[in-house]
Ligand binder design. Sequence first.
Ligand code: GTP
Ligand code: MG
Length: 201
Amino acid sequence: MDLIKTYNVCFIGRTGNGKTSLINGLWGTKYLTDPLVACTKELYSVTVLSPVGKKYEGVTIYDTPGIGEFSSDSVYERYYQHAVKKSDCVVLVSTFDRTDAPVQRFLNRIKDYTDKRKSVKFVVALNHIDSKIITDSDGKYEPWDNASNKPTEQCMRNIQERIGIIHQRFDGKFLPFDVVPVCAMRKYGLEELKSKILNTK
Ligand SMILES: Nc1nc2c(ncn2[C@@H]2O[C@H](COP(=O)(O)OP(=O)(O)OP(=O)(O)O)[C@@H](O)[C@H]2O)c(=O)[nH]1
Ligand SMILES: [Mg+2]
């Protein structure tokens, strides 16, 4: 029997989407991140003693390498298998970038990795919502209201649109899910994401 009974969570998603940044923001770890190149290349895990409901004494978080990274996918596959198999909650980290094909393929196959004795939960974190990738014809798109540290109304509309697309593309591929808009960089939405992951709401 495990000495510490943990609720296990794994973060998956394409390189640079902010898996490691979110884990650092949510659990105070200091794992390395990188703006330019694939950063996480092994399977990292950290265990935090902090009760989750009545059943668990702590939480173990798995940080995985980015999916869809050409041939390295096969190298990383055993990490994904291991982390998903251990997990009570799978967090997929996405962004406004619509290159979803690698993730759709991934969701098709991770069903086989889950531990069938667990009732696994699935959450999508929509990160990088402060991104300026989306521009208007006049180029004046401002995603962030710094005064309130919240997305602008225009950004909110982009978030709603992207959530719709994520549902169209991912519904039925794995488990039912909610999408939580977050910004790891500006520490926005982290409490909401944590409570969704840990089922505390
Ligand atoms: N502007 C902005 N930058 C972010 C946000 N989240 C993460 N970043 C930056 O994006 C870069 C990539 O973040 P990581 O956390 O390393 O991404 P990752 O998904 O772990 O990437 P891999 O380990 O390569 O799979 C870093 O430079 C972060 O500082 C965000 O919400 N907004
Ligand atoms: Mg990483």
